[in-house]
Design a protein around this ligand. Structure first.
Ligand code: B16
Ligand code: MG
Length: 215
């Protein structure tokens, strides 16, 4: 019996990967190297400081902890200036209709994001009040693929792992959901999200009853 859906934020509810990419790329360029869009794929679902470490390694740059914190803060400032312009129009297609269908049932809605900016983004696009529980980067100590974010979501809602379904667009996020012992709906491409129980291109036209029959 499914009691809750746990949604990732970036790439599932809204598309912020492009803004993370722009902000990280500017930082890399300032340091004298570049990162490709393909490289950015590998940063999806990865925490801010882990992303920074991967980028610096990619550019062959070694910095002190203080310098890294400074760069991460500067990147976040740039990122916030980009996402602060987001409106309800930036919600990915079909998400609002799917939420409407969920609200007609007893199934709860939780957020499982490693982003420390999750609440501010949800507020900006007008979805904050739709969530019964919000687990974000401020509440966890381990990033995906560790299951912590989804286990905390289930616990906050008072349900067990097998009563929750995770919606994820990132390889690390799908793994986190599976590591939590949950069913995972991948949002994206089946050839990339190979560990998901089912993969959808997006939420457009998605029937809740049909999904629950399939999974
Ligand atoms: P912030 P998710 C993740 O969010 C992003 O996919 C990832 O690219 C980002 O580095 C991470 O949040 C941390 O974000 O810098 O805003 O704390 O996909 O788990 O919703
Ligand atoms: Mg994501």
């Amino acid at each position: 019996m499914i009691k809750a859906f746990l949604f990732d934020l970036d790439g599932v509810i809204v598309e912020t990967a492009i803004f993370h990419y722009q902000a990280w790329r500017k930082m890399a360029n300032d340091l004298g190297f570049d990162i490709s869009e393909e490289f950015n794929e590998g940063l999806k679902g990865v925490s801010r400081m882990d992303s920074l470490d991967l980028i610096l390694k990619h550019g062959g740059v070694e910095l002190s902890e203080d310098q890294k914190l400074e760069l991460a803060a500067k990147k976040n400032e740039h990122y916030l200036s980009l996402v602060s312009k987001m409106t309800p129009d930036d919600i990915l297609p079909g998400v609002q209709d799917f939420f409407k269908q969920i609200k007609q049932t007893d199934v709860k809605i939780g957020l499982g994001s490693v982003s420390k900016n999750a609440k501010m983004i949800l507020e900006g696009v007008g979805l904050l009040d739709d969530f019964d529980a919000i687990i974000d980067g401020t509440k966890i100590s381990k990033g995906k693929p560790d299951p912590e974010v989804f286990l905390k979501g289930a616990a906050e809602l008072g349900f067990s792992q097998n009563e929750c379904i995770v919606f994820e667009d990132a390889v690390a996020g799908v793994e986190a959901g599976k590591n939590a012992g949950m069913k995972v709906v991948g949002i994206g491409k089946a050839e990339i999200l190979t560990k998901a129980d089912i993969v959808l291109a997006g939420f457009e036209g998605l029937e809740l009853a049909e999904l629950l029959r399939q999974i």
